[in-house]
Write a protein that binds this ligand. Structure first.
Ligand SMILES: [Zn+2]
Length: 511
């Protein structure tokens, strides 16, 4: 039997409607893979790109007796750090390039789409739907297509109609990308052998604030995932319960359950509705619990002055670069500096012009550190203080913890500044603190600090769990493009009423 030919492609962007649009430069900074480059990174010892690709390739290689046992047909894969809507011209260009390359590669036996699913474009709410539809148009109705999706995806009718199986992540922080790629490979092999699975989807008027979507014990979303996975059996192939991404602000927002059965769509429907009903019953638990920046500063001062007190970690979920935040608001930095906090380190702060000035001044120099001189986003306020340049770095490293473990990472040129009692890691490539590596590789021993501040909503938790138990982690309520306080945003497209924004939101299961 001839080796199966499987096309691999994907578009990965989580769009925040309130953040500045993104284009080619944003994708080139993170992932811009054409053809063979996809295979090379997927099979690399320390991949720099999407670990779902790595899992997919590893499982195909293992099941087919090596890379020669199947034929990867790599098309294109691009990803940006979460940002605003993708620019129309760039996206259409990407889509046309994919269409041309995929058409030229025909015939194929199957397709794997490695997608995020939470994108919007400047011209449409649903670029992911355009992507999936394009793939179906090119390969025709008979070729199986499987897609993996971030659990922050917003699923449209077009997405569901175009592909045979959608597989959502089950962990938040997302530590199962590799496993979902493996699952996609196994499912695609079943489908290439003749299986045609059937899905049923339910969307709830429930847009959960970001910090309530953790899958750890004690969180409602973790309970939902567990209930869903317990329903998998011989017939039920996949249960994906995705929270969606609120800040995309689209008509397709809302916690969504997709259940795929091998044969029996009635079973899929029954399981999907049962799970959706349980999520809706649990809706009161999706409320954020944060502390004020004043309270955070007081706590940081207290542990700074008491070496016997357990160290604390403060997260800034409102300025999460992993959700389109700029990674450079100064509310916590300014408050901690004004309060005289000591023994504290903050990472990462996105400010390329400030890194350049620190590099020009050199290690050991004392400079007037002006933050956000190059930034135009109105919530990214300027802040100026005297600072000592403690260290300068090129920003490339291999991660060791959490979502960064084993991956090739890059923060771009990076400067470590001592700003009073707060040591700040200033980076040139916008991103969140995925792990303690974001301190340690820049010469800061995280275990020696009295408190840490991270620009991250929740993914940091997987990369700091070896240092901080959840009781010593506080989410700080400040302004930002990714604030969990949803009432602060001027929503335009979200279907209303929606819980918890609207207490009067109602839902009843489909007949
Ligand atoms: Zn996500």
């Amino acid at each position: 039997m001839a080796a199966k030919r499987i096309a691999v492609l994907g578009f990965s962007l989580e769009s925040n409607r309130f953040a500045p649009p993104c284009g080619e430069a944003d994708f080139r900074e993170r992932s811009f893979l054409v053809g063979e480059e996809i295979c090379l990174d997927a099979r690399a010892e320390h991949p720099a790109h999407d670990l779902s690709l790595t899992g997919f390739y590893a499982d195909m290689d293992a099941a087919c007796g090596g890379a020669a046992g199947w034929q990867a047909v790599p098309i294109r894969f691009i990803a940006s750090m979460p940002a605003g809507p993708v620019e129309e011209a760039f996206f259409k260009d990407f889509l046309e390039n994919c269409r041309r390359d995929l058409a030229a590669a025909q015939p194929v036996d199957g397709v794997y789409i490695c997608e995020h699913g939470g994108a919007i474009a400047t011209h449409t709410h649903d670029p992911d739907g355009d992507m999936f539809t394009m793939v179906r148009e090119v390969v025709g109705p008979a070729v199986p297509i499987v897609a993996t999706l971030d659990l922050h995806c917003n699923i449209s009718d077009e997405m569901e109609e175009a592909v045979d199986l959608m597989i959502g992540y089950r962990t938040n922080p997302h530590v199962d990308l590799y496993e979902r790629g493996v699952e996609a490979a196994g499912a695609l092999r079943e489908m290439m052998a003749g299986l045609r699975p059937k899905s049923y989807r339910v969307r709830l008027p429930l847009v959960a604030p970001s910090v309530t979507q953790l899958t750890a014990d004690g969180y409602p979303y973790g309970d939902l995932i567990k209930r869903g996975q317990a329903m998998i059996d011989e017939e039920i192939m996949n249960v994906s319960a995705v929270t969606g991404f609120a800040f995309a602000d689209t008509p397709k927002n809302g916690l969504t359950v997709v259940v795929t059965a091998r044969h029996d769509v009635a079973r899929a429907k029954q399981v999907a509705i049962e799970l959706a009903e349980s999520a809706w019953r649990d809706r009161e638990r999706y409320r954020p619990r944060m502390i004020s920046v004043e309270e955070a500063a007081a706590k940081a001062c207290a542990v700074g002055a008491d070496a016997s007190a357990p160290a604390l970690l403060f997260a800034d979920p409102a300025d999460n670069p992993g959700g389109g935040g700029r990674g450079n608001t100064t509310y916590i930095l300014a408050a901690f500096h004004a309060a005289g906090v000591t023994g504290c380190a903050l990472s990462p702060f996105f400010d390329a012009p400030l890194v350049a000035r620190a590099m020009a001044a050199g290690e050991g120099a004392v400079i007037e550190a002006a933050f956000n001189t190059g930034e135009t986003q109105e919530l990214s306020l300027p802040f100026t203080a005297e600072a000592r340049v403690r260290g300068l770095f090129d920003g490339s490293f291999i991660g060791t913890q959490g979502m960064a473990a084993g991956k090739s990472m890059n923060t771009g040129p990076t400067a470590v500044l001592e700003v009073g009692g707060v040591t700040v890691v200033v980076v040139s490539q916008r991103q969140q603190a995925l792990s303690s590596d974001y301190f340690s590789v820049f010469g800061i021993d995280p275990t020696a600090m009295r408190s840490l501040v991270v620009k991250s909503r929740g993914h940091f938790r997987a990369g700091f769990s070896h240092l901080f138990d959840p009781a010593r982690i506080h989410e700080v309520d400040v302004l930002g493009l990714t604030s969990p306080v949803l009432a602060r945003f001027d929503w335009r497209y979200l279907p209303r009423p929606v819980f918890p924004l609207d207490e009067d939101a109602t839902w009843s299961p489909p007949m």
